[in-house]
Design a protein around this ligand. Structure first.
Ligand SMILES: [Zn+2]
Length: 450
């Protein structure tokens, strides 16, 4: 069993670095622009994080304590917040840097998170007049050229009016800017060992970006055999982040800080959106449990070839799916012409009438749907993408993928292949849009919730 566990851990080392849907903001603009509660909401005044914290210190302290209690009773394997990290409202009198740090550490996110005042402009909207903000002012992670796209950040001044759609959509990409990096006992950070999350459940603790994976993936529906062999798979925490940011969003709206209401709602939406990517909700889509166990047993017996191949194939398919989605969403923005992708993001037919969202929705609806689609999506990838990228363990898409024009290559496979793959991604983007809207509706109308 120990060997088997090690084999799974190794398999996940390669899976963990992926970053899910590339730029959430671009898809979120389309998903939320059809929600009247967002699109018709009046502009809000940008507010520095510290001024929201100072104004609401006592209610925030009560909320965070209640959230810790909630997580202890609702999230299996939740490590309680260490007493030393509890948010003390007196921090409001210790100056802005201390206040911000106390809040971020009570949330157990990286204290290096920027929370700058900015938006990512909508490529479909007018050209913004404001100054650009450098990457490092917005993101705590080094700029990565690898994913083949550059983000564009525009500065907001404190007090400046801004459209809720822009705040919400921009924030939906922000959890990928280093917030969840190095939060573990074995992390090379000053704060990780204080947070009480234990050692990194899977992946390599030295690869900073990979260490966020347990907050951006949710393995809730694997077979009991898999959990028995690899119990660490249960230590994923997207539910914690959704709960934290939903609660903060409601508090901000109710206390008259609408800018932070929208911003926190966007942060919560990110984790929901990540779980609509089947490779974030399932350990090994396209591999049956029996096959998975057989491959791991062979590896444990000293024949790691199949396992190593599987690791590369899973990683490649994961990247191919995201690369294609990324190219589709960017292509739509460049030509400003509605394609199947935008239609899917706009599609409200799967939206619930009242936007119900409860404690089980992320696990039982969002991630289950995504888990169940993993098989079909993988078969579509295998049928439509060039074989070299999805069936050849000798090729590493993670290394070379950012420069590959996957859309053009799939088009060369023929119109049928192109249509199938686009439909497959459109289905996933339909779920991305519907679940994002359900979440935001639930935040805006908590009284209608069960
Ligand atoms: Zn993510």
């Amino acid at each position: 069993m120990k060997h088997l566990l090690l084999a799974f851990a190794l398999a996940l080392c390669a899976i963990a670095p992926a970053r899910a849907w590339s730029n959430h903001a671009l898809a979120s603009y389309r998903a939320f622009e059809v929600l009247p509660e967002v699109a018709q909401a009046p502009p809000v005044a940008a507010e520095p994080l510290e001024s929201f914290l100072a104004a609401q210190a006592a209610p925030i302290a009560r909320l965070l304590a209640a959230q810790d209690a909630w997580a202890q009773s609702h999230i299996a394997h939740y490590p309680p917040l260490p007493a030393a990290l509890r948010f003390d409202p007196a921090a409001a009198h210790q100056g802005a840097p201390a206040l911000r740090r106390a809040f971020l550490m009570a949330l157990r996110v990286s204290p290096e998170s920027r929370f700058a005042l900015y938006v990512q402009p909508d490529p479909w909207g007018p050209e913004p007049a404001a100054a650009a903000l450098p990457h490092d002012a917005v993101s705590a992670l080094p700029l990565r050229e690898k994913d083949g796209e550059a983000h564009r950040f525009v500065r907001l001044e404190a007090g400046e009016p801004v459209a809720p759609l822009a705040v919400l959509s921009s924030a939906s990409d922000e959890p990928d800017y280093g917030m969840d990096v190095n939060l573990w006992q074995d992390s090379p950070s000053a704060w990780g060992p204080l947070y009480g999350f234990g050692p990194l459940p899977f992946g390599n603790p030295a690869l900073d970006f990979a260490t966020q994976a347990p907050f951006h993936m949710g393995f809730y529906h694997e077979s009991p055999i898999i959990y028995a062999a690899a119990g660490f798979l249960r230590r994923t925490y997207p539910e914690l982040r959704v709960h934290q940011f939903m609660g903060l969003s409601r508090l901000a709206f109710e206390s008259g800080h609408a800018y932070w209401g929208w911003r926190f709602a966007g942060l919560a939406a990110h984790y929901v959106q990540d779980l609509t990517q089947p490779y974030h909700a399932r350990l090994a889509p396209g591999f049956s449990t029996t096959r998975l166990i057989a491959i791991q047993l062979l590896a444990a017996l000293g024949m790691p070839g199949r396992r190593n191949d599987m690791v590369v194939l899973l990683s490649n398919r994961h990247f191919v799916l995201e690369r294609y989605e990324s190219q589709m969403v960017q292509a739509g923005g460049q030509v400003r012409k509605t394609t199947a992708l935008e239609n899917a993001l706009h599609d409200g037919r799967q939206d619930g009438a009242d936007g119900t969202w409860d404690d089980a929705t992320l696990r039982d609806i969002v991630s289950l749907q995504s888990f169940q689609l993993g098989e079909a999506v993988t078969q579509q990838l295998l049928a439509c993408a060039p074989a070299r990228y999805v069936s050849d363990p000798g090729f590493d898409f993670g290394v070379e993928g950012g420069t590959i024009d996957l859309m053009a290559e799939v088009a060369r496979q023929g119109p049928q292949a192109q249509a199938t793959l686009q439909a497959s991604i459109a289905t996933l983007m339909g779920h991305f849009g519907a679940h994002s809207r359900a979440l935001v509706r639930a935040i805006l109308a908590p009284s209608r919730q069960p």
